[in-house]
Design a protein around this ligand. Structure first.
Ligand SMILES: [Zn+2]
Ligand SMILES: [Zn+2]
Length: 243
Protein backbone atom coordinates (compact mmCIF):
# COMPACT_ATOMS: atom_id res chain seq x y z
CA UNK A 1 0.00 0.00 0.00
CA UNK A 2 2.83 2.37 0.90
CA UNK A 3 4.59 1.53 -2.36
CA UNK A 4 1.42 2.07 -4.40
CA UNK A 5 0.90 5.43 -2.70
CA UNK A 6 4.52 6.41 -3.40
CA UNK A 7 4.25 5.42 -7.06
CA UNK A 8 0.96 7.30 -7.55
CA UNK A 9 2.31 10.37 -5.74
CA UNK A 10 5.50 10.42 -7.85
CA UNK A 11 3.47 9.88 -11.04
CA UNK A 12 1.19 12.85 -10.42
CA UNK A 13 3.66 15.26 -8.81
CA UNK A 14 6.22 14.76 -11.58
CA UNK A 15 3.53 15.05 -14.25
CA UNK A 16 2.08 18.14 -12.60
CA UNK A 17 5.40 20.01 -12.77
CA UNK A 18 6.01 18.92 -16.37
CA UNK A 19 2.54 19.95 -17.49
CA UNK A 20 2.13 23.13 -15.45
CA UNK A 21 5.66 24.52 -15.46
CA UNK A 22 7.53 23.02 -18.43
CA UNK A 23 4.71 22.63 -20.92
CA UNK A 24 2.13 25.31 -20.19
CA UNK A 25 4.51 27.95 -18.80
CA UNK A 26 8.02 27.46 -20.24
CA UNK A 27 7.02 26.32 -23.72
CA UNK A 28 3.69 28.08 -24.26
CA UNK A 29 3.67 31.01 -21.81
CA UNK A 30 -0.04 30.57 -21.21
CA UNK A 31 0.45 32.70 -18.07
CA UNK A 32 3.17 34.79 -16.44
CA UNK A 33 4.90 34.58 -13.10
CA UNK A 34 7.55 36.57 -11.20
CA UNK A 35 11.21 35.56 -11.09
CA UNK A 36 10.66 34.39 -7.51
CA UNK A 37 7.89 31.95 -8.45
CA UNK A 38 9.83 30.87 -11.53
CA UNK A 39 12.74 29.83 -9.32
CA UNK A 40 10.34 28.22 -6.86
CA UNK A 41 8.93 26.00 -9.61
CA UNK A 42 12.43 25.17 -10.91
CA UNK A 43 13.24 23.77 -7.44
CA UNK A 44 9.86 22.04 -7.04
CA UNK A 45 10.36 20.42 -10.48
CA UNK A 46 13.74 19.08 -9.37
CA UNK A 47 12.21 17.56 -6.22
CA UNK A 48 9.17 16.06 -7.97
CA UNK A 49 10.90 14.93 -11.19
CA UNK A 50 13.95 13.77 -9.25
CA UNK A 51 16.26 11.55 -11.28
CA UNK A 52 14.59 12.46 -14.57
CA UNK A 53 14.60 16.25 -14.04
CA UNK A 54 14.10 18.07 -17.31
CA UNK A 55 15.51 21.52 -17.91
CA UNK A 56 12.54 23.87 -18.47
CA UNK A 57 14.79 25.80 -20.89
CA UNK A 58 15.71 22.81 -23.11
CA UNK A 59 12.22 21.35 -22.81
CA UNK A 60 10.59 24.68 -23.69
CA UNK A 61 12.70 25.13 -26.83
CA UNK A 62 12.29 21.52 -27.94
CA UNK A 63 8.55 21.60 -27.43
CA UNK A 64 8.15 24.83 -29.40
CA UNK A 65 10.00 23.10 -32.25
CA UNK A 66 7.54 20.20 -32.02
CA UNK A 67 4.58 22.54 -32.47
CA UNK A 68 6.26 24.42 -35.30
CA UNK A 69 7.19 21.29 -37.27
CA UNK A 70 4.63 18.73 -35.98
CA UNK A 71 4.73 15.51 -38.01
CA UNK A 72 7.12 16.85 -40.63
CA UNK A 73 10.68 15.66 -41.16
CA UNK A 74 11.88 18.47 -38.90
CA UNK A 75 9.70 17.35 -35.98
CA UNK A 76 11.80 16.49 -32.90
CA UNK A 77 9.54 13.50 -32.19
CA UNK A 78 6.84 12.02 -34.37
CA UNK A 79 5.46 8.48 -34.71
CA UNK A 80 5.31 9.23 -38.43
CA UNK A 81 9.12 9.42 -38.67
CA UNK A 82 10.18 7.08 -35.85
CA UNK A 83 9.65 3.36 -36.27
CA UNK A 84 8.92 2.65 -32.62
CA UNK A 85 8.41 4.06 -29.16
CA UNK A 86 12.02 3.55 -28.05
CA UNK A 87 13.73 4.94 -31.12
CA UNK A 88 11.56 8.05 -30.80
CA UNK A 89 12.49 8.34 -27.11
CA UNK A 90 16.17 8.05 -28.04
CA UNK A 91 15.96 10.65 -30.80
CA UNK A 92 14.12 13.04 -28.47
CA UNK A 93 16.86 12.55 -25.87
CA UNK A 94 19.55 13.32 -28.46
CA UNK A 95 17.86 16.57 -29.52
CA UNK A 96 17.19 17.52 -25.88
CA UNK A 97 20.87 16.97 -24.97
CA UNK A 98 22.02 19.01 -27.96
CA UNK A 99 19.82 21.94 -26.93
CA UNK A 100 20.83 21.62 -23.27
CA UNK A 101 24.54 21.63 -24.04
CA UNK A 102 24.23 24.30 -26.75
CA UNK A 103 25.54 21.95 -29.44
CA UNK A 104 22.89 22.97 -31.95
CA UNK A 105 22.04 26.42 -33.16
CA UNK A 106 18.52 27.33 -32.02
CA UNK A 107 16.51 29.94 -33.90
CA UNK A 108 15.83 33.07 -31.86
CA UNK A 109 12.03 32.64 -32.03
CA UNK A 110 12.24 29.34 -30.13
CA UNK A 111 14.31 30.92 -27.36
CA UNK A 112 12.12 33.97 -26.73
CA UNK A 113 11.21 34.30 -23.04
CA UNK A 114 11.96 30.66 -22.23
CA UNK A 115 12.83 30.57 -18.50
CA UNK A 116 16.58 30.25 -17.91
CA UNK A 117 18.41 29.23 -14.76
CA UNK A 118 21.43 27.46 -16.21
CA UNK A 119 23.44 27.13 -12.98
CA UNK A 120 20.53 25.34 -11.29
CA UNK A 121 19.82 23.23 -14.38
CA UNK A 122 23.42 22.03 -14.41
CA UNK A 123 23.23 20.88 -10.78
CA UNK A 124 19.76 19.33 -11.10
CA UNK A 125 20.74 17.52 -14.31
CA UNK A 126 24.12 16.33 -13.03
CA UNK A 127 24.69 12.59 -12.79
CA UNK A 128 25.33 12.93 -9.06
CA UNK A 129 21.85 14.38 -8.58
CA UNK A 130 20.22 11.77 -10.84
CA UNK A 131 22.03 8.91 -9.08
CA UNK A 132 21.15 10.28 -5.64
CA UNK A 133 17.43 10.22 -6.50
CA UNK A 134 17.55 6.65 -7.85
CA UNK A 135 19.33 5.54 -4.66
CA UNK A 136 16.62 7.26 -2.58
CA UNK A 137 13.86 5.50 -4.59
CA UNK A 138 15.62 2.15 -4.12
CA UNK A 139 16.04 2.74 -0.37
CA UNK A 140 12.36 3.58 -0.09
CA UNK A 141 11.47 0.33 -1.86
CA UNK A 142 13.88 -1.64 0.33
CA UNK A 143 12.13 -0.24 3.38
CA UNK A 144 8.53 -0.66 2.26
CA UNK A 145 8.22 -3.18 -0.61
CA UNK A 146 6.33 -6.31 0.39
CA UNK A 147 6.57 -8.23 -2.94
CA UNK A 148 9.56 -8.84 -5.21
CA UNK A 149 7.79 -7.56 -8.34
CA UNK A 150 7.39 -4.12 -6.77
CA UNK A 151 11.10 -3.53 -7.46
CA UNK A 152 10.28 -3.62 -11.18
CA UNK A 153 8.66 -0.22 -10.71
CA UNK A 154 11.96 1.45 -9.79
CA UNK A 155 13.08 1.92 -13.45
CA UNK A 156 9.80 3.78 -14.12
CA UNK A 157 10.54 6.12 -11.19
CA UNK A 158 14.00 6.66 -12.67
CA UNK A 159 12.69 7.86 -16.06
CA UNK A 160 9.30 9.23 -14.95
CA UNK A 161 9.52 12.61 -16.78
CA UNK A 162 10.51 11.35 -20.26
CA UNK A 163 8.14 8.39 -19.77
CA UNK A 164 5.20 10.80 -19.47
CA UNK A 165 6.49 12.78 -22.44
CA UNK A 166 6.69 9.79 -24.71
CA UNK A 167 3.18 8.58 -23.76
CA UNK A 168 1.76 11.80 -25.18
CA UNK A 169 4.24 12.25 -28.02
CA UNK A 170 3.73 8.71 -29.29
CA UNK A 171 0.21 7.60 -28.38
CA UNK A 172 -1.53 10.99 -28.64
CA UNK A 173 -0.13 11.34 -32.18
CA UNK A 174 -1.42 7.88 -33.09
CA UNK A 175 -4.60 6.89 -31.25
CA UNK A 176 -7.73 8.70 -30.15
CA UNK A 177 -10.36 11.04 -31.54
CA UNK A 178 -10.21 14.55 -32.90
CA UNK A 179 -12.34 17.61 -32.22
CA UNK A 180 -10.45 19.75 -34.71
CA UNK A 181 -9.01 19.33 -38.14
CA UNK A 182 -5.32 20.21 -37.83
CA UNK A 183 -2.29 19.81 -40.11
CA UNK A 184 -0.66 17.22 -37.81
CA UNK A 185 -1.70 13.82 -36.41
CA UNK A 186 -2.51 15.01 -32.86
CA UNK A 187 -5.42 13.21 -31.18
CA UNK A 188 -7.32 13.33 -27.92
CA UNK A 189 -6.17 10.08 -26.35
CA UNK A 190 -9.26 9.49 -24.21
CA UNK A 191 -12.46 11.41 -23.42
CA UNK A 192 -11.71 11.32 -19.66
CA UNK A 193 -8.10 12.07 -18.86
CA UNK A 194 -7.27 11.67 -15.20
CA UNK A 195 -4.15 9.60 -15.89
CA UNK A 196 -2.27 12.30 -17.83
CA UNK A 197 -3.78 15.36 -16.09
CA UNK A 198 -5.39 16.74 -19.25
CA UNK A 199 -2.28 16.38 -21.44
CA UNK A 200 -4.13 13.63 -23.30
CA UNK A 201 -6.39 16.23 -24.95
CA UNK A 202 -3.60 16.71 -27.41
CA UNK A 203 -5.68 17.50 -30.48
CA UNK A 204 -7.40 20.34 -28.59
CA UNK A 205 -3.98 21.55 -27.49
CA UNK A 206 -2.44 21.50 -30.98
CA UNK A 207 -5.43 23.49 -32.24
CA UNK A 208 -5.15 26.14 -29.54
CA UNK A 209 -1.69 25.97 -27.98
CA UNK A 210 -2.03 29.23 -26.05
CA UNK A 211 -5.13 28.12 -24.12
CA UNK A 212 -4.44 27.05 -20.49
CA UNK A 213 -7.53 24.80 -20.60
CA UNK A 214 -6.88 21.63 -22.61
CA UNK A 215 -10.51 20.48 -22.30
CA UNK A 216 -12.94 21.61 -24.99
CA UNK A 217 -16.09 19.45 -24.91
CA UNK A 218 -18.15 19.48 -21.68
CA UNK A 219 -16.89 16.02 -20.67
CA UNK A 220 -13.21 16.83 -21.31
CA UNK A 221 -12.10 17.87 -17.84
CA UNK A 222 -8.53 19.19 -17.62
CA UNK A 223 -7.52 18.78 -13.93
CA UNK A 224 -4.71 21.33 -14.16
CA UNK A 225 -6.93 24.16 -15.40
CA UNK A 226 -8.71 24.74 -12.03
CA UNK A 227 -5.27 24.73 -10.36
CA UNK A 228 -4.15 27.42 -12.81
CA UNK A 229 -7.26 29.48 -11.96
CA UNK A 230 -6.57 28.98 -8.26
CA UNK A 231 -2.90 30.03 -8.60
CA UNK A 232 -4.10 33.05 -10.56
CA UNK A 233 -6.45 33.99 -7.69
CA UNK A 234 -3.57 33.64 -5.24
CA UNK A 235 -1.46 35.84 -7.57
CA UNK A 236 1.21 33.15 -7.91
CA UNK A 237 0.70 33.46 -11.67
CA UNK A 238 -0.97 36.01 -13.91
CA UNK A 239 -3.32 34.84 -16.63
CA UNK A 240 -4.10 37.21 -19.51
CA UNK A 241 -7.26 39.20 -18.56
CA UNK A 242 -9.44 37.40 -21.11
CA UNK A 243 -8.70 33.93 -19.73
ZN1 LIG B 1 2.10 17.00 -30.25
ZN1 LIG C 1 2.38 22.01 -26.39
Amino acid sequence: MVILGFFVAHWYLSLFTQSFFHHRYAAHKQFNMSRFWEKFFFIISWIFQGSSYLSPYAYGIMHRMHHAYADTEKDVHSPKYDSNFFSMMWRTKTVYDAIFTGKIEVEEKFKKEVPEWHSFDRIASHNISRTMWVVLYALFYLAFATQWWMFLLIPIHAVMGPFHGVIINWFAHKYGYTNFKVKDTSKNLMPVDILMLGEGFHNNHHKNASSPNFGFKWFEFDPIYPIILFFNKLRIIRLAPNR
